[in-house]
Design a protein around this ligand. Structure first.
Ligand code: GAP
Length: 489
């Protein structure tokens, strides 16, 4: 199970063994497409959501958030086109007899994974929205995307938050899809979470933000149609060459890529791929996906559709509420366009960060989970070197109680110090703080770095500040204290 060839099933097993993710209701045999996050998984998931919110909402003036209802008036889904169009095509394999979901554009073109031919003549449509009862005789759908709640609240938010174009509305929340074939652990689920932004612009206005020089593999619709290879290029060049049609789209694609890279994902595993004509959703004018090379192939991480004014116009038509907003001092009005809709599944981001963090370290003979400190479940572990010395344990508990006011901290006194380091490596704790005999004499502790196993000694009085600087990458590890000989790695 080394980093390079870890399969999705092996990752699922690791996640279960350590307490990150369990099959939902496993004591009853599980339930396909549904997963529960354990005591460690929930921390990573919450950290992903917190970092996404900080990057997209907290640190930007032009985006505000909402939290809409999971169940809303079913008219919303009629207006959005989901009732009519949000369906999958089901085909049955003539050889293995299994029913599978395929995309519309794959009809007549693909084979079953067993090698058998599909019975395309009897292909049928299957509505992917879950239906539920409301009250005695009402019904509703579980939302298949969070986006529509942004559109239905658009006017309130724009007015109350006094947003001026260009601006975005963000939301994190559950979405539900009755997937025919949930698979690949958290990749295709029936209940999952989305982090979405609808970014509204006046289509005549240029993007005022800089498109940077980061490079990524680009796979345009034309490259796919003509069987050409994907090309590595800068986002700005892809826009200048007309491969990415709008500056806004290029800008958002790069931002989303940078969000992943900033949290430790491996930049070589990303590409952007444009949807082919017959692949686009019913609302999309142009769509690019941010894709990641999973062990089971290149797959969509994040969809970024240009939805134009489709949704706001649909809701205006169906609800009778004007969606136009005043765009200048002359009082001119416009229904804004969604030039890009960065839409990210939380669980797919979780998979990326776990795959890129996982390493089987042969020297240590244990897994080291190199999670970015911002994503790690515990920011540090506090370990008394031995548990028989009451004074050491007392000091360790005091340090633990103090640190946990600021961070999630793991206190561990069972087993040898080597075992405890290994235990923390496996769950991705970036730093281990050890309290030993010397701590009693000179009020200092050691800090061990997960990635290098190097150790430094710092004064207890400085510990909080040193940890803060280390976690925020404000100081190099060896500069943060006195480097000490490492007896136990
Ligand atoms: N509002 C646009 C929208 O929902 P989408 O491409 O259907 O677009 C956006 O979904 C993202 O949601 C995907 O890129 C993926 O990260 C996540 N997602 C979609 N279906 C999923 C599923 N069945 N299981 C896990 N994540 C899913």
């Amino acid at each position: 199970m080394e980093k390079s060839n870890l399969t999705i099933d092996e990752l699922a097993m690791f996640c279960k063994r350590k307490g990150f993710v369990y099959p939902s209701a496993e004591i009853y045999g599980g339930f396909a497409g549904f997963w529960d996050f354990g005591h460690l998984g929930v921390e990573v998931k919450n950290n992903i959501k917190r970092e996404w919110w900080a990057f997209h909402v907290q640190k930007r003036e032009d985006i505000v958030g909402i939290d809409g209802a999971i169940i809303t008036n079913p008219k919303v889904w009629e207006a959005s086109g989901h009732v009519a169009n949000f369906s999958d095509i089901i085909v049955v394999c003539k050889k293995c007899k299994k029913a599978n979901k395929i995309d519309r554009h794959e009809i007549g073109k693909v084979k079953c994974s067993c090698g058998g031919d599909y019975d395309f003549e009897n292909a049928r449509e299957f509505q992917s929205m879950f239906k539920t009862n409301v009250g005695i005789d009402g019904f509703a759908y579980l939302r298949p995307e969070t986006a529509q709640l942004i559109f239905t609240n658009f006017k309130f938010v724009q007015e109350n938050a006094r947003m001026k174009l260009p601006f975005g509305i963000a939301q994190i929340g559950k979405a539900f899809r009755n997937e025919i074939a949930p698979r690949d652990f958290l990749f295709r689920m029936r209940e999952f979470e989305q982090m979405e932004i609808e970014y509204f612009v006046d289509p005549k206005e240029k993007c005022p933000y800089k498109i940077g020089n980061s490079e990524i593999l680009v796979y345009s619709a034309e490259m796919q149609e003509k069987n050409k290879k994907m090309e590595k290029m800068k986002f700005i060049d892809a826009y200048k060459k007309g491969i990415i049609k709008t500056d806004w789209h290029a800008y958002w694609l790069e931002q989303e890529f940078l969000w992943f890279i900033g949290l430790g994902a491996n930049k070589e595993k990303f590409r952007i791929r444009q949807h082919m004509k017959d692949e686009k959703s019913h609302y999309a004018y142009d769509t690019w996906d941010l894709e990641y090379e999973f062990p089971f192939g290149w797959k969509e991480l994040q969809g970024m559709a240009n939805r134009t004014d489709y949704d706001l116009k649909q809701h205006e038509k169906n609800s009778g509420t004007s969606m136009a907003i005043v765009i200048n001092e002359k009082g001119e009005k416009l229904i804004p366009h969604v030039v890009c809709e960065p839409s990210q599944g939380v669980e797919r981001a979780f998979l990326v960060f776990m795959f890129d963090a996982y390493e089987y370290d042969k020297k240590r003979d244990n897994v080291v989970l190199h999670l970015h400190p911002k994503l790690a479940c515990y920011k540090a572990a506090v370990l008394p070197i031995v548990k028989v010395d009451k004074n050491i344990v007392k000091l360790a508990r005091e340090i633990y109680e103090d640190l946990r006011n600021e961070y999630n901290i793991f206190y561990d006194e069972s087993g040898s110090i080597g075992k405890r380091y290994a235990r923390n490596d496996e769950i991705g704790t970036p730093y281990c703080v050890t309290i030993d005999e010397q701590s009693l004499k000179d009020k200092s502790v050691t800090i061990r770095d997960r990635d290098t196993t190097k150790q430094i000694r710092v004064k207890i009085n400085d510990l909080k500040e040193v940890l803060r600087k280390l976690l925020n990458n404000e100081i190099g590890f060896e500069k943060a204290g006195k480097v000490v000989e490492t007896r136990v790695k």
